[in-house]
Ligand binder design. Structure first.
Ligand code: DNO
Length: 394
């Protein structure tokens, strides 16, 4: 069976390990968020967290994420030292028996939305991204030089109208949504700091960022292999360029370039159906099959998207991604691994974001990481897996 996991933000998460146990998840996905990017995770720190999780009758299945320092992405400053630290962290995690590490290579922002509280007709709340709203931030609030050139004329016109409709509070909320407080984005910025961080990428195009990523893989994958650790790169969210920044994990081609660079089971992907699925050009049913042999971790959620780069997160079976086809590919891949004699055949899967609903509303939720919405997602995943196994495998 797939390993049913749940993202936990650590001791400060309002959703406790006891709650998680009741959802039916058996594996925890977490990170040592208190350690600054670039620093080594010591065995003592890792073991402390691991023991806490095991005391609750759960296991620490996946690290999400060991963040990649911006200097590594830019190959600037102390990047060599940060790569050495990253290697040490991988080795330490391996020694502590934690075998799957999720990471990403997105410059500056970990993920981007334009509204964290979009109301569904049923009263639940979800995360959405609207291109015109993002453009309004980029062109009229941040005032990034030449930002208009990155959008269609239609979007620029819509963005202008949208910006004109915003009061001061609306502008502030939008700014906070884009550049502050996103979980996973380990840093937050003022507008001025933000522009200067973007400027740090002025001379780094997709080709250069890709080169840096591939060199990073050359450095870390052998260490991961040695440590018995499987790396799982997370896709760009959303899977297209934002704010003039380069992007290299947005498509099937990107993913293939990565996994083919170092041919090893330690060099895999996180199949995040929502992140890749936000791009109308990505077919997740195809991606799940083509990447199956290198899926080391999966995030299941759905999105409704359009060709104009708008999307909203949706219930698991209600968006544009065929979750059945994706999970079927994962289940079949597990069976293949079992046949091949791999002991690590079980693929950790977690419900990704869920709507805020019922008692979640008004509580302090990490955006996307409410209790009931995700519990519903996990229940649906469990049922679907059982159905797939009973009808297809046996
Ligand atoms: C957001 C998540 C990201 C993800 C990291 C992985 O909900 O999908 O924060 O965990 O990008 O490195």
């Amino acid at each position: 069976m797939i390993e049913q996991t749940w993202r936990w933000y650590g001791p400060n998460d309002r959703i406790t390990l006891k709650d998680i146990k009741q959802t039916g998840a058996t594996g925890i996905v977490t990170a040592l968020h208190q350690i600054p990017n670039g620093q080594v995770w010591t065995e003592a720190d890792i073991m402390e967290r691991k023991n806490m999780i095991e005391a609750a009758g759960l296991s620490w299945s996946v690290v999400e994420s060991v963040p990649v320092h911006e200097d590594i992405k830019k190959q600037s400053g102390n990047w060599k030292e940060y790569i050495e630290n990253y290697k040490t962290t991988i080795a330490n995690l391996g020694k502590c028996g934690i075998e799957t590490i999720c990471y990403n290579f997105m410059p500056v922002l970990d993920w981007s939305r334009t509204d964290l509280n979009f109301a569904f007709d049923d009263g639940s709340l979800a995360l959405i991204y609207q291109q015109k709203v993002f453009a309004a931030f980029d062109i009229y609030i941040l005032k990034r030089p030449e930002a208009e050139n990155d959008y269609t004329e239609k979007t620029v016109t819509e963005a202008k109208e949208y910006f004109a409709s915003l009061d001061e509070q609306g502008k502030e909320t939008l700014t906070n949504t884009v550049i502050k407080g996103l979980p996973g984005a380990e840093e937050s910025y003022t507008l001025e700091q933000f522009q200067s961080v973007l400027d740090g990428y002025r001379n780094i195009d997709d080709a250069t960022l890709r080169k840096h990523l591939l060199e990073f893989l050359d450095a870390i994958i052998p260490v991961a292999e040695q440590a018995g650790v499987r790396m799982a790169i997370h896709p760009d969210d959303p899977p297209w360029g934002l704010l003039g920044l380069p992007r290299v994990v947005s498509t099937l081609e990107d993913a293939k370039t990565i996994i083919n660079k170092v041919d090893s089971i330690s060099n895999g992907v996180t199949l995040c159906t929502g992140s890749w699925g936000a791009g109308h050009f990505n077919d997740l049913s195809v991606m799940a099959k083509e990447l199956a042999h290198r899926i080391n971790f999966a995030h299941l959620r759905n999105v409704k998207r359009d060709v104009d780069f708008n999307f909203r997160e949706d219930y698991l079976f209600e968006g544009d991604v065929n979750i059945y086809e994706v999970l079927k590919a994962i289940v079949e891949e597990e069976e293949n691994r079992k046949k091949a004699g791999r002991k690590d055949f079980s693929i950790p899967v977690r419900p990704d974001h869920g709507n805020q609903m019922m008692d979640d509303i008004g509580k302090d939720n990490n955006p996307g990481y409410s209790l009931y919405g995700r519990m519903k997602g996990l229940a649906e995943i469990r049922g679907l897996e059982l159905g797939i196994r009973n009808s297809l495998i046996n």
